[in-house]
Every structure is written in C-alpha cells, then in structure tokens.
Design a protein around this ligand. Structure first.
Ligand code: F3S
Length: 427
C-alpha cells in the first residue's frame, strides 16, 4: 500500500507505540481489501468494546488490555471523535437487580474507558446517534463503528464510511486515517435491489414500528445488496429515517441504503443504480409487514417485566410523543420502563418539562446507555433473570431474541399500553 509521509512516520513509531499499532492494523485491513492507499478522515465514531458489551469478566480485561496497547503514548485523537453509549448505567443495573459484584466490576471498566477516552479528547456523546450532535456532510470521509451511525451517515447525509469494528474505529480515531476501500469509493455505493411497496401499504401512515419491520424484512431479502427504496415520503423525519436504517444493520449487515428523493446520491432511481440494471426487485405489502411483526416476537407470556423505547436513541419528537401518551398515567408497579436517549436531548427534554411528565408516570428517561444492552444476557451473571420485554425497536428485538429473551414487538402506543397494564394485550 502506498503510504504518505505522515503515515510512514506513524508506522516508524514516531508518534508512539499505540499510533504505530493503530496504523499497522489499518494497513492490514487495507491490504485485505486491496486498498491502494490511506485517506484522511474528518471525524470518527468509536464503539469501545470494554464499555459497550464486554464490561465484566475476562472479556472486559482483554478489551482493556487491547485498548491500552492502542492508546499507549498517544496524547490526543487526531480528528473529532464521538463515542457510542455504555452498555449499562450502574444505577440502572442496581434497579434491574444485577448482583453487586457485577456492578462494581462494571463501574471499574466504565471508569477506565471514560478516563482513557476523555484524556484523548473524545466528545462525550455516548450515543448510537452521534449525528444528533455531530452531523456530517455529503462526500466527507469518516471513520467509525456502530451500524446505525454508519447507515445514517452514508444514506442520509451522503458521507462515506465503512462499517468498522471497535478496534479499527479506534485506530481511525488515533491516526485520522482509514484505508480507501468499500464505501469510500463512489462506485461501491450504488444500489442493486429495488424495493417497491405494494398498493396495500401507505407509508404516510407508517408508525416507527412499521419502518422497523419494513427495513428488517428488506434486509432479510436483499442480504448483501444495497436496497433502493421507492415510494417513501421525501419529508421523512430523522426518527423515521433512523428506524429505516437501524434494522438493516442486523438483518443484513449492510452499511447503506438508498431512499429515492432522500439519499443525496439517489435523486432518481437511475442515479441510485449508477447506470446499471437492478439485480433484484423486492415487493413489500401488508402481508410481509405483518409477518415481520410476528417474526420479531418471541414472547408467549403476556405478563411483561420491562418496556424500553430508544433503540436507536429517541429524538425530541419521540420523547414528546411518549410524554403525551404517558401524561397523567401511571405505569404498572411491576414494570420497569426505560426511555433511552442522548444526553443533550435529555437535557432539552428536561427543559421542556417532558422528562418530568414521563418520570411522574414511573418510567425512566436515561441517557448515555444502550437501551437494549440492559436486557442482553451476554456476560450477565448466573442467577440474574431477564424477564419478558416489550419494545418498538426491531434491532433490539433481534438482539434480544438471539440472546434468548422473550420479546414482544409492537408500536410505541402498544408498548406504553403494556407498561401501564403490566401485560401485552392481544391485538
Ligand atoms: Fe443504540 Fe444499543 Fe440500540 S447502541 S441502536 S440502543 S442496541
């Protein structure tokens, strides 16, 4: 791979052993993808393994060792860097009944991460939607992990970013570089699969759960082909776009979609296809959406223990809607209800009086934490029981099902009704 002078200096260890390891890793990735050179990035979003999923046990210790090797000798990140949420807020863990020893170990891991990334100048966003705080522009090259952020940046802003792993995202932040391959090349960003809505679907009436189901179903159909959605409203909100993006990251693992009339590179279907013929067409109607709602449900027990909204983190209009639905109501005393968002949005919602309305009902509005992570059983101590969960998020429902948790999937309204009644009612 051809290296620029500053990349050669990094490789020679002139910027310290951590940056040297980081550039070595990026070179190895670049060579694997036959990249000819590195490019400068303008920002990066890190997903720190020890803070998000592996914050206890041996995995956490390995993750911390790995991070320590990469940051050794580094004084600052070389570009603006945002960060994904932590796995679980220790105070929430207490409320959920996690054992104290687990919580203590988790605190240690979180403190390590916050100190390490803080010293390097991270922008402490702690959200999977860094674009609420640090948006990007069309054509900008970014580094970073977190599938939602990658999908949103590529598909809505037209920025260029690959779906990186935790360690490679950290390497991009430490070096300000990424190998030139994949989504950084315009020719790889065209769509290959046309997605048509049947006449029995009117997207103007879609709930967030409908967008989730549409995207989840399409991901399963297209597998590795970038989908081109036709017929979606051009004035989709940020929340709707977020729910269109997120499930594709789990049902297909794709880094990008085109919504014609919304995605900057897709003013027309021809532009989205890049002058080529579509390789497949997928038709989606009511039947497919209903089937997907069913597929995202794994629960049979109607009495629920938890409700969470905010995977990905909720926007202000969503918080407003949740407050409207909860105003003057009380959630069932046996239900824990979590609304997850980003810190600046929580502060704004607090100022708007929305947090008080929601919290008066008995629900919690939390920021900086992965809304779904709290219920994942990965690394959860023996004896801790995850009960029945309700959510309107396909991404979370997918992860929870994989983790063996009983999940009800439905609209925000239905989740809130379930939280109030303590059970998921038949349609
Ligand atoms: Fe965000 Fe966690 Fe969902 S990081 S997208 S709330 S799985």
């Amino acid at each position: 791979m051809k290296l620029a002078a500053d990349e050669e200096r990094m490789l020679a260890g002139e910027l310290g052993p951590g940056v040297q390891r980081a550039i070595e890793l990026l070179i190895a990735v670049g060579e694997a993808y036959e990249a000819e050179e590195m490019i400068d990035i303008s920002s990066s979003h890190i997903l720190s393994p020890e803070m998000q999923f592996w914050n206890t046990g041996q995995l956490s210790r390995w993750a911390r060792e790995l991070v320590a090797e990469y940051v050794e000798g580094a004084e600052t990140f070389r570009v603006p860097v945002t960060i994904n949420p932590i796995f679980l807020e220790p105070k929430i863990a207490e409320r959920l009944g996690y054992p104290q020893s687990y919580i203590e170990e988790m605190r240690e891991s979180l403190a390590y991460g916050m100190k390490t990334y803080g010293k390097l100048g991270v922008i402490p966003t702690y959200t999977c939607c860094p674009f609420y705080i640090y948006p990007s522009r069309q054509g900008e090259h970014l580094g970073g992990a977190e599938s939602v952020a990658v999908l949103f940046n590529n598909s809505v802003f037209g920025a260029m970013v690959n779906r990186e792993s935790g360690p490679t995202a950290l390497a991009t932040a430490l070096t300000g570089k990424t190998p030139l391959y994949g989504m950084h090349l315009p020719e790889n960003r065209h769509g290959q699969a046309i997605i048509e809505l049947k006449d029995d679907l009117d997207p103007r009436t879609f709930t967030y759960a409908d967008y989730n189901a549409l995207s989840y179903y399409v991901g399963k159909m297209v597998v590795d082909k970038i989908p081109i959605f036709l017929g979606l409203p051009k004035n989709m909100s940020i929340a709707q776009l977020k729910y269109l993006c997120a499930p594709l990251g789990v049902s297909a693992g794709l880094p990008m979609l085109h919504a014609v009339g919304v995605t900057p590179e897709a003013p027309t279907v021809e532009a989205a296809l890049g002058g080529k013929k579509a390789e497949m067409t997928v038709e989606v109607g009511k039947k497919e959406i209903n089937m997907t709602f069913e597929e995202l449900r794994s629960a049979s027990e109607r009495v629920i223990n938890y409700v969470f909204l905010g995977c990905p983190h909720v926007t202000i209009p969503e918080i407003k809607e949740i407050a409207r639905l909860l105003q003057g109501k009380k959630i069932n005393s046996d239900v824990i209800f979590i609304v997850g968002t980003a810190k600046p949005l929580r502060l704004l919602a607090q100022e708007m009086g929305l947090v008080d309305i929601i919290q008066d009902s008995g629900a919690m509005v939390v920021s900086g934490m992965c809304s779904a992570g709290s219920f994942l059983r990965r690394g959860v101590p023996e004896g801790f029981k995850v009960g029945v969960v309700a959510t309107n998020a396909a991404k979370a429902a997918h992860y929870l099902q994989v983790g063996g948790v009983q999940v009800w999937f439905g609209t925000m309204q239905k989740c809130i009704n379930a939280a109030i009644k303590g059970k998921w009612e038949a349609a």
